[in-house]
Structure formats: C-alpha cells, structure tokens
Design a protein around this ligand. Structure first.
Ligand code: MG
Length: 275
C-alpha cells in the first residue's frame, strides 16, 4: 500500500516527527534535475539527483614534526606507530624492522617488509625521515622505496644536497620518470609521501590492457602528475609488464640504510557508481 502525506504549512512539528517515525518521506528531499541533457554513458542527467551520494567520511589531520596526524576514517592503517603487525618479511615470517625513534626503522640486512593487506587502485600516505647524520652519497644515501604490488617502485632517497641520476631521485618512478621538482627536506626531518596509484589491467592472455599510473606529492608538492609506468622496477634495464591479479601488497624496501617511517595508511579508490 502506498501512503502519501501532504505536508502543508499547517502541519505541526509533532505531526512531522510522527511522520518521520513512520518512515514517511524518508527518501529525503528531492534534489537536482531530470529535464537536463544526458551525460555520456546514457545513465545520468546533468545534475541528476538520483546519482549515488558520495559516502561521508571523517578526514584526517595534518602531521607536524613532533606528532603524526590522524588518518581519514575510511583508511586502512598499515603502521600507526605501535607495532609491525600489518607486515611480514616477504617470506611470511615476522617483519624484523625496529620500533622506535618516533616510528619504525629499517634494520639493514633484515630484508624488505611486505604488507599483509593487498590493494589495487589506492591512495597511500606515508612519512619518512632520512638517516641523520647523513652517510654515503648518490644511491647509497638514505635509500629505500615504496613498491605497489611489491614491484612498482616509487623511490625514497635522501636527496637533500645529494646528487644522483634524476630517475633515481626521491619521488621518481625508479628507473623511468624523474620527479618534477626536488622537494626534499633535510635528513632527520619527517617528510610526507602521498601517492594516487592506478593499477595496471591485463587481458586473459596476459597482454597489457592498460598501464599503471601514479600521481605523487612529496611534502605537499606535486612530483608526478598522472605519470604512466612502463612496467615494474628495473635496474639498468627496460621494464616489462607481467600479468598479475587486481590486488597486491605494498612493499617497503630495505636498501641497507636505516630510514625511519611513520603514519602509513591506504585508502582503496572505489568508484561509487560501479561498486
Ligand atoms: Mg630504492
């Protein structure tokens, strides 16, 4: 049975509350337009009020040098400063990096660490601090890395007053695309790394359907702008894509330098109209 309620200006507040409790009119106010042109795809009108509403989340807070900020409410926290429970050593054993110095520290020689959670398209935030006092030079100074699917490396390096080849700088798609600028802070200072990663897609026969893309901010500054990846990380070689599934782990690289990390979180990128 369909019940209709005509709300007039004479309807009392009490009656409105009662109507709400009966579930009448709870579809919410009508918004938008239906007499407008159709958008490409033929599903929605321009300003269509029936499109799904974006989910409401609570945004995070910014970090300071003294305190890490809070992650957005819909993020998966991979490291909140307490323990390495979201990571393993790449062989399924416990991650062996050290907790301390305001975060976690690469324990050189113990190997890269790999997230237990897997992600496809995602937004990732991490903060890192290069070893201080700085040791070494070129690629030997504060080298680590952030690898999506354990293979697509976004370089982490101490590039403050340290020259190296451009496609090996902090913020580079390693071996492929240098960062737009060098926005490095001094060794010992916390720096932010924010990446929007679009995973590659593969056809059933293993051929590449669409490549990976990254947009990256370092310390709030754009360093990669929808950059297309040629393939996974390769050293002194041209990369080549090999087929993998829709999700993969995040890897943080042990490159023999005691780089520190804190406040690591990931948000899956979901299209609200194509769940
Ligand atoms: Mg590296």
């Amino acid at each position: 049975m369909t019940r209709r309620l005509t709300i007039t200006t004479t309807l009392s507040l009490a009656a409105m509350v009662a109507a709400a409790s009966l579930g009448i009119g709870q579809e919410g106010p009508k918004v938008g337009y239906k007499d407008t042109p159709m958008l490409p795809g033929g599903k929605w009108h321009v300003h269509d009020g029936d499109r799904p509403q974006p989910p409401i989340i609570t945004p995070g807070t910014a970090s300071t040098q003294d305190e890490p900020g809070r992650a957005p409410s819909d993020a998966v926290a991979l490291f909140d400063g307490r323990d390495l429970s979201h990571w393993h050593d790449g062989k399924g054993g416990p991650a062996k990096w050290k907790i301390g110095e305001g975060g976690m520290v690469v324990a050189p020689g113990t190997g890269s660490i790999v997230s237990k959670d897997e992600f496809g398209d995602c937004q990732l935030h991490l903060e890192w601090a290069s070893p201080t006092p700085p040791k070494g030079k070129d690629q030997g100074r504060g080298n680590s890395g952030l690898m999506f699917f354990g293979r697509y490396e976004m370089q982490i390096l101490d590039n403050y007053d340290n020259i190296t080849y451009p496609d090996g700088q902090a913020g580079a798609v390693y071996g492929q695309v240098p960062p737009l600028v060098n926005a490095s802070r001094k060794p010992g200072e916390w720096q932010t790394y924010d990446v929007m990663f679009t995973a590659p897609r593969f056809k059933a026969d293993g051929a590449l359907e669409s490549p990976a893309y990254v947009t990256t901010l370092i310390n709030g500054v754009l360093v990669q702008n929808h950059t297309q990846l040629l393939g996974p990380m390769a050293f002194r070689a041209l990369p080549q894509y090999t087929k993998h599934g829709p999700k993969g782990p995040i890897l943080l690289q042990d490159h023999s330098n005691p780089t520190r990390f804190r406040n690591i979180w990931v948000r899956e990128i979901k299209n609200i109209e194509q769940p």
